[in-house]
Design a protein around this ligand. Structure first.
Ligand SMILES: [Zn+2]
Ligand SMILES: [Zn+2]
Ligand SMILES: [Zn+2]
Length: 249
C-alpha cells in the first residue's frame, strides 16, 4: 500500500494566519514547511483509495472514488474538508466514533453515509482490513490498524500516550511496518491531550520498524530544527511527516 500524507498539521495549519512565530515565519520562506490539517490517504495494491480524516479540501490531491472515509474523532481540524466533500457525486461510507459527532454533517450528510465504528470493530475493504482501537484524547477518539497482505500500519492521532488495552493490542500486532503518531508539541511540553515529539517517538519505537511523526502544531520546533532533532536522536527509524509525503509499505 501507499500512505499519502495530504495534511500533517494541527488545527491552525502552518503558517497560522498572521502568526509571526519562528515556525510560521520559516514556513513562509520554505513551501515544504507548510502544513494543512490532518488528512491521510491509503492507496491499496489494486489502486483503491481510503481516506482517514479530512482536515482540508482534498480535490487537488486526491480526485478519485473513495472506498470509504474513516474519522479518528470529530474535532474540527479532522473534519473541515467534509463540509465540502459531502457534495461529491458518489455515495461514500463515513465510519466515525459516536461521541461529539458534528450535527450539521449528520443532519445533512448529502452523499456521505455515516456509520458508527467502535474500538475492536473491523472493516474489510478491497485488500484492506481496518481495525479501530481506543486512544487518549479530549473526546472519544479512535486509532486504526490498517493491514494489507500481512503488512500493518497504525494510525495513532490524536492522543496522549496509549490506553493499556490499545498498547496490548498493538504489541500483539507488532512489529508494525509503520506507526503514524501524534507529535503535536515540542520536546519538554506536557499536554493532557497530545504527545510531544519524544513521547510520540517512544510509542512508535516500541511498536514499529519506522515511525512517522505527524499532527505537528506551529508551537512545535520550526521544520528544519525539528527534522534535525529527530534525525540526530533516532536516525531513520523516526521521520517527520510533511505535506505531500508518500510512504511505500
Ligand atoms: Zn487534531
Ligand atoms: Zn505560528
Ligand atoms: Zn483532536
Amino acid at each position: 500500500m501507499i500512505v499519502y500524507f495530504i495534511g500533517t498539521g494541527g488545527s491552525e495549519g502552518i503558517p497560522a494566519h498572521l502568526c509571526t512565530c519562528p515556525t510560521c515565519s520559516e514556513a513562509r520562506k520554505f513551501g515544504f514547511a507548510q502544513r494543512r490539517p490532518s488528512t491521510l490517504a491509503i492507496i491499496t495494491e489494486t489502486g483503491k483509495a481510503v481516506l482517514f480524516d479530512v482536515g482540508t479540501d482534498i480535490r487537488d490531491f486526491l480526485n478519485v472514488p473513495l472506498e470509504a472515509i474513516f474519522l479518528t474523532h470529530w474535532h474540527h481540524d479532522h473534519i473541515y474538508g467534509l463540509y465540502k466533500l459531502r457534495w461529491m457525486a458518489l455515495e461514500t461510507p463515513l465510519y466515525a466514533p459516536e461521541g461529539h459527532a458534528d450535527a450539521l454533517i449528520l443532519r445533512e450528510p448529502k452523499n456521505l453515509q455515516p456509520r458508527t465504528i467502535k474500538p475492536g470493530d473491523t472493516v474489510e475493504l478491497d485488500t484492506l482490513k481496518i481495525t479501530a482501537f481506543r486512544l487518549n484524547h479530549q473526546v472519544e477518539t479512535l486509532g486504526y490498524l490498517i493491514e494489507e497482505d500481512g503488512k500493518r500500519v497504525a494510525l495513532i492521532y490524536d492522543t496522549k500516550g496509549l490506553p493499556e488495552s490499545t498498547e496490548d493490542f498493538l504489541r500483539r500486532n507488532s512489529p508494525l511496518r509503520l506507526a503514524i503518531v501524534d507529535a503535536t508539541y515540542p520536546p519538554g511540553t506536557d499536554d493532557p491531550y497530545h504527545n510531544n515529539v519524544d513521547e510520540a517517538a517512544e510509542i512508535g519505537l516500541e511498536l514499529a520498524e519506522r515511525t512517522v511523526l505527524s499532527h505537528i502544531s506551529h508551537k512545535n520546533l520550526p521544520f528544519l530544527k525539528l527534522t534535525e532533532y529527530v534525525r540526530r536522536r533516532w536516525r531513520n527509524k523516526v521521520l517527520v511527516a510533511y505535506d505531500g509525503m508518500v510512504f511505500y509499505v
